[in-house]
Design a protein around this ligand. Sequence first.
Ligand code: SAM
Length: 310
Amino acid sequence: MSSVLAAFEMAGLLTGLENGTLTRAVVKDRGSDESALLGASLRYLTQRGLVEESGDAFTLTEYGRDVCRDKGYLVWLVGGYGEPLRRMDAFLSGEKRYGVDYPRDGRWVADGAAMLGRKDVVPHALRLLEGVEFDHAVDLGCGNARFLLTVCSRFGASGTGVDISPEACAEADKAVRAAGLTDKVRVVRGDAGDLSAIPSLGETQLMITFFLLHEILAQGRDALVAYLSDMAERLPQGARLLIAEVRPPAAGENRPWFTPEFTLVHALMRQTLLDAKGWSAALADGGFTVREVLEDDMPGGILILAERTR
Ligand SMILES: C[S@@+](CC[C@H](N)C(=O)[O-])C[C@H]1O[C@@H](n2cnc3c(N)ncnc32)[C@H](O)[C@@H]1O
């Protein structure tokens, strides 16, 4: 069911179910193979109670709407990590290694993260930024740059987005053009691990890292602290660092939703996660003082606003 719903979203068909424009005529208009598979998928979703026919259109049932509210998580998992998860047998037997073989899909990791973030993380993050003064923001691991664009439009700032994935950068470039912000926001393809290659850090009053720092932590806590210290040195005094991460499931938590999956997927990439206390300690060691920590609506999601104080 997750694969079918994620596929509908990724193929641009879910909106039709959400707004009632996926009609029998639309299904029939496709090539014969696509039309047959689309018909079969709609029947399957109907049998599963997610879709119903209303007049000539296929629409989501109440249960379907409920499930599809989490479509960002489905796209992130199925679209982003479907391939490496399918190949887990080869990783478990040691025949193949994640990173060399069967990587994740950068476009859908970025799009899924942005989709789930828009609903569950962004409103909290924007509230945290209300008291912060900045005229230039850098977003490390910007994905499709939707958050950076929102921040720059809302607060009238300029911005630079950095991402290592060519697919994510292509989506980000498209989003910048669509927002009409090419004069204010630029996207740079590069490794956020190398801060010396990132332009204008000395004039950056806001640094954003959403779901990026655990990639640095994969090299060990010392590497993370060295990275934060390097960042602190390059930023002006008083600059803010806004971090979104997901904590691992807490001990004794009864079958939490999502955090075990998030933790496992990152273990597959040889990455570990920290809780808010762990991040705060690493930030302090790296020259930042934590100003605010809050839980957002993402299961296990934490937002940390820190200030460069050293
Ligand atoms: C889970 S996505 C989050 C995207 C975006 N920050 C958001 O919240 O929607 C993580 C992003 O970090 C990028 N990334 C991972 N390692 C990176 C690195 N070393 N340098 C730059 N980007 C990196 C990935 O390509 C991906 O787009």
